[in-house]
Design a protein around this ligand. Sequence first.
Ligand code: GDG
Length: 485
Amino acid sequence: MSRLVVVANRVPDPRERGATAGGLAVALKDALARRDAMWFGWSGATAQETGATPNEVQAGRTCYATLDLGEADYRHYYRGFSNDALWPVLHYRLGIARFAREDWIGYRRVNAAFAAALAPMLRPDDTIWVHDFHLFLLAGELRALGCRQRIGFFLHVPFPPRQVFLGLPNADAVLHAMAAPDVIGVQTEDDAENLRGALIGTGEPEAATRVGAFPIGMDAAGFASLAARRFRTREVAQLRESLAGRALAIGVDRLDYTKGLPQRIAGFGKLLQRFPRHRGKVTFLQVAAISRGDVATYRALRRELDEAVGRINGQYAEPDWGPIRYITRAVARPTLAGYMRLARIGLVTPLRDGMNLVAKEFVAAQDPEDPGVLVLSRFAGAAVELDGALLVNPLDPDDIAEALDAALTMPAEERLARWRGMDTAVRAGSAAIWARRFLAALEDAPLPDAGTAGGDGAAPPIGITPPRPALRAAQPRAHRARRAS
Ligand code: GDG
């Protein structure tokens, strides 16, 4: 079996495998365990200049090869073009996107620098799998350097309709670059249709035929047994006792403006306003772990949530009951699994989400004898598979309130029937199956034409930035600083 080369913005620390590993590391565990592999990308640290020679650490059959990012590249490639421009545009939020030409230049520079550092490490029969929007240009850059291995690309977040995507400066250049991989994977058929339309509109009709939907999953059986075990622990017992017989609604998200948190809290407030019979009978626990805390938009979101939670608690709390419990620290995954099993309602209402694994985790965590109800945004990719959920418009607090009321009053047989269908769907689409499906499609794809840099249908070079002399210099380790992801 050929070596698998995974390329992603962030490379996990091999010492952190297991409980603290990130989502992608967990999702790829099965694929990486089966063969020799290399994981290439950013170390998570910054230095004066972006490194040219990766630092390599071998752990089992996987080599972790990382580059530090230069301070300017961190600002322009990561915070700028990736987080301030691409993230909002891909989530249909043109109005809050911020564009700067230097960010685009930095994005191109880092994609080119990653390709230049990776190309000499590649073996002729490697299978290369590039992940996510930080690295839209990487496959094209590798092709321009003469790489003829199979390259797959998977986008974890949504792809919007062409007219929305065109709001991104240099959208056409990005689309031409996105045409380079042999298989271009997205989460849902809607995303696939949007991306095909964008590629066709930009003059890449052949690439549109290489786009497919590969919905990501999670290890439902493993999460179910984790939840069942943790349910019996002291910390879950403490939460249960503190509820004093009240129903628990739970939300678990990174604190991000795509997750619909202000609207969700407003929806819970509407429930208490419009359906007074639930006052004092339900507690909402929202875990919203802070991410990208150094970015202004995220600081503003925190202030907005602090105020909204305070307002509702101030209005409805009783001396022995507070409606909303709100935690901005990360909670350990096993503990979350136990909490989810305790909850009567899972409240998952992103404004847009590629998939949303929390929805699947909530389903997997439920007690098969007495499952809870999932209230789910119709704009999460997970809504396609989880049709037993109460689907809501996450922008409409009244719709959320009505779904919460329906969930709190739903008869046990209906809860069970809805959950059974969802549990079957979640178990049928594990992360391992997702990775196998994608890699099978990639390994079935015809090899790119030998003898040409780009191969059939590959992107025309979008302006290859040769590595700057500074990029070739040894990394000044003294300036390394850890960055949050
Ligand atoms: C991107 C796409 C797509 C959350 N808070 C805590 C915590 N989490 C865990 C959840 C879940 C994961 O983080 C979040 O995954 P999501 O899928 O919900 O969302 P994104 O992070 O935005 O991921 C998304 C995904 O990629 C995969 O393709 O589904 O659409 O945006 O596993 O449980 N984990 C712990 N503490 C927390 O406080 N331990």
